[in-house]
Design a protein around this ligand. Sequence first.
Ligand code: HEC
Length: 261
Amino acid sequence: MEKSTAMKMSFTRSRSLLQAMLLAGLALLATGVANAATGVPLERARVDIRDVASMQRGARNFVNYCMGCHSAQYVRYNRLGEDLQIPEDELVRELMFAAQKPQETMTIALRASDADRWFGTAAPDLSLIARNRGVDYLYNFLRYFYADPSRPTGVNNLMLDNAAMPHVLWELQGVREAVFEEQGSGDSAQKVFKEFRQLTPGKLSPEEFDAFVRDTVAFLAYVGEPMQLERRRLGVWVLGFLLVFGILAYLLKREIWKDVK
Ligand code: HEC
């Protein structure tokens, strides 16, 4: 008797735990969540790793806008072409500005020591950045540069305070300033982000710019784990096999046990 009450209690407890977890999951699913302490709106990247066209565009963005400073040293051009279904002539014409042969990796000519001198810090290799920082961080980082005359680059970043990276996409996004509010007083006073104000327009609309960044981040997500495309393709077959095998096993069980009552 006592045992069953205890069991019931632990069941109730685990059920409310489950409910709490479900609610937390739902909250995470909501798109715009603002960080309560800093007021920075944290948006979800919503990249779709099955969207090959998006990753193809992302590869082009990466080569044109990022590879001046960043490498992706674990990625080979020919593997990229294969995975993202880019024919070799297109690969050579549109992506291989920094390489001669398709089997080369996405390295760059910029030396770490030079980058260090110019920016005060080396631009990190981006092969594993999506796994390291997560796609949502990258999506917000690339969109949250704002004008800050006190910085040597003229910009700052809401996700990475005093970032050494210049706003390389400023022509596309335009230049924005960030408006902050003081909250609290004395020692506990805090600068809380309120909103952006557009100073000069960009070549892209805000929606187009978000899509541009989403493509770039999708490409970085692929680069961080090239196997995931293969794994997903394989996963469908594995699940199909398990389903068919499950049905067979069930029929077999019925056959074997049908005389045993
Ligand atoms: C002009 C050189 C330059 C270009 C071009 C450039 N970056 Fe950077 N990037 C840097 C430097 C320098 C840093 C180091 C910033 C720091 O640690 O403060 C950096 C850092 C980063 C980081 C790491 C941020 C972190 O949290 O540590 C990411 C991600 C990144 N860049 C992505 C990109 C992408 C994507 C592009 C192309 C759209 C790009 N960068 C183009 C110079 C550049």
